[in-house]
Write a protein that binds this ligand. Structure first.
Ligand code: CP
Length: 303
């Protein structure tokens, strides 16, 4: 059995967002209702507040959507997106970095390559820490926006047949999303090469595992695709996987299929499918902005 860091799910998510395990259905309903309101509102509830984006790994969407969310709400952002230009290169520990930065801000958004990084940060911080991806562990804010996307695109979360395809072993978005989906009446299909299958830790007895998308595409309501996480492989020679959704797959799929991808994509969904109205991955990014606005208001919107 794979081993994962222990999550303190008794930690309230308003104190720090470490794992999706912290959220119950009413919490999710509350965040989604707030996201709905903020997506059409023009209020600035975070005027005078700030966050720090502290990213030890590359990011386009997560970093910039937290930035956009915060500034739209009237707040400001200190972006540390390239730790190579910080004192991390001098050997400063994560703990000392957090204890320093918390003097300057109301919350800290942290992406780190170590799976225990968020909990280490939480253990020394007196401000909310938001997990923006911890190694091959979790990506809880991405999973919330993925779930929000599904609820918007399909007007609900129950009775769906969800197929997760790609690098299910290392894909932290999939790890978090599977846990959230299990709160609802959802059937989960897993499509991956055997070497990249979902760790047993995240598997449920009702899940079905497949090698080919063709085995499940016709029944699928939501198709969630991820890239091979090359940066998680220790041996470059191991990386020899390629898969993609094809026009033929889409021809076999339901007319109301929702095709999702956390992005970046590196060939799993060809550009020719972008014009298919079922391709939702760029709408997914926009939904993410609204969910992150909601999370920021919930975490630091009250004194
Ligand atoms: N989906 C996602 O986490 O994208 P970034 O790595 O660009 O933040």
């Amino acid at each position: 059995m794979d081993t994962y860091y222990t999550k303190d799910i008794s930690l309230p998510w308003r104190r720090a967002v470490v794992s999706v395990d912290q959220f119950k259905k009413p919490d999710i309903d509350e965040i989604f209702a707030l996201a709905d309101r903020l997506s059409v509102g023009r209020t600035m509830p975070l005027t005078g507040k700030s966050i720090i984006n502290l990213f030890y790994e590359p990011s386009t969407r997560t970093s910039s959507s937290f930035y956009a969310a915060m500034t739209r709400l009237g707040g400001s952002v200190i972006p540390i997106n390239e730790v190579n230009y910080s004192s991390v290169t001098k050997g400063e520990t994560l703990e000392d970095t957090i204890r320093t930065l918390e003097s300057f801000t109301d919350a800290l958004v942290l992406r780190h390559y170590d799976e225990d990084a968020t909990e280490r940060a939480v253990s020394v911080a007196s401000i909310p820490i938001i997990n923006a991806g911890n190694g091959a562990g979790e990506h809880p804010t991405q999973a919330l926006l993925d779930l929000y996307t599904i609820s918007k695109e399909r007007d609900g979360l129950n009775g769906l047949n969800v197929t997760l395809m790609g690098d299910l072993k290392h894909g932290r978005t999939v790890h978090s999303l599977t846990k959230l989906l299990r709160m609802y009446d959802v059937k989960i299909n897993l499509v991956s090469p055997p070497e990249l299958s979902l760790p047993r830790f995240y598997l449920h007895k009702n899940d079905t595992e497949h090698r080919e998308l063709g085995e499940v595409i016709a029944d699928t309501d939501i198709l969630y695709v991820t890239r091979v996480q090359k940066e998680r492989f220790f041996d470059e020679l191991e990386i020899d996987f390629s898969y993609s959704v094809t026009r033929s797959d889409m021809d076999l799929a339901k007319t109301n299929l929702v095709l999702m991808h956390p992005l970046p994509r590196v060939g799993e969904i060809p550009i020719e499918l972008d014009s298919d109205p079922r391709s939702a991955y760029f709408r997914q990014v926009k939904y993410g902005l609204h969910v992150r606005m909601a999370l920021l208001v919930a975490l630091i919107g009250r004194d």
